[in-house]
Design a protein around this ligand. Sequence first.
Ligand SMILES: Cc1cc2nc3c(=O)[nH]c(=O)nc-3n(C[C@H](O)[C@H](O)[C@H](O)COP(=O)(O)O)c2cc1C
Length: 189
Amino acid sequence: MTSILIYAGSARRGAFSRQLTAAATTIVGEASGKATLVNLADFDVPLYNADIEDGSGIPHPVVEFRRLVATHQGMIIATPEYNGFVTPLLLNMLCWASRPSLADDFGAVFPNKPVALLASSPGRLGGVRVIPRLRDVVADLGMVAVPGFTTVPQAGEAFTPRGRLADASLESGLTTLIDRLLLASRQQA
Ligand SMILES: Cc1cc2nc3c(=O)[nH]c(=O)nc-3n(C[C@H](O)[C@H](O)[C@H](O)COP(=O)(O)O)c2cc1C
């Protein structure tokens, strides 16, 4: 079964991007993938500072996140845009996890990892401005973003009570993107 790690760039309670990760988790399961949904808030990670790394190495929660990345074949990242850019929460975790750790044998965990990019916003544009920025970030880390993306505008009204996307064309677009990710993840492994 193809394993996919899923997380959001917001830790906010009720975050739209987290609702989107939950919807993606359901679709991965329906496509016979094995989804692991995590909340970055559950990883108690300080703001990156080389003094911390030099003094005590990579924090344990980062080692745990690196293990999750290394042991999953693909990833889904859903994020809001902050001023059109990637959130500090997401960037901080990606920066930490890009550091080699003496506490594990995984080496660089990101290179060649297939990833699907999603964004959401309560606004009309669905956070679309963050997609090219996020695509650059993941590419610079060596990941392979699958072609396409899903953005969810007016995210406050976008989800059904059961956590699915209410708009059929959005749901179908996300399903196609996830099918593409599962194929790339199987081929890469
Ligand atoms: C610092 C900051 C900058 C923001 N910039 C944008 C923006 O550029 N575009 C946008 O659509 N929404 C922007 N927003 C609004 C967020 O999309 C909104 O707060 C959203 O609910 C946050 O995502 P979440 O629901 O996943 O936590 C911004 C919010 C903050 C806190």
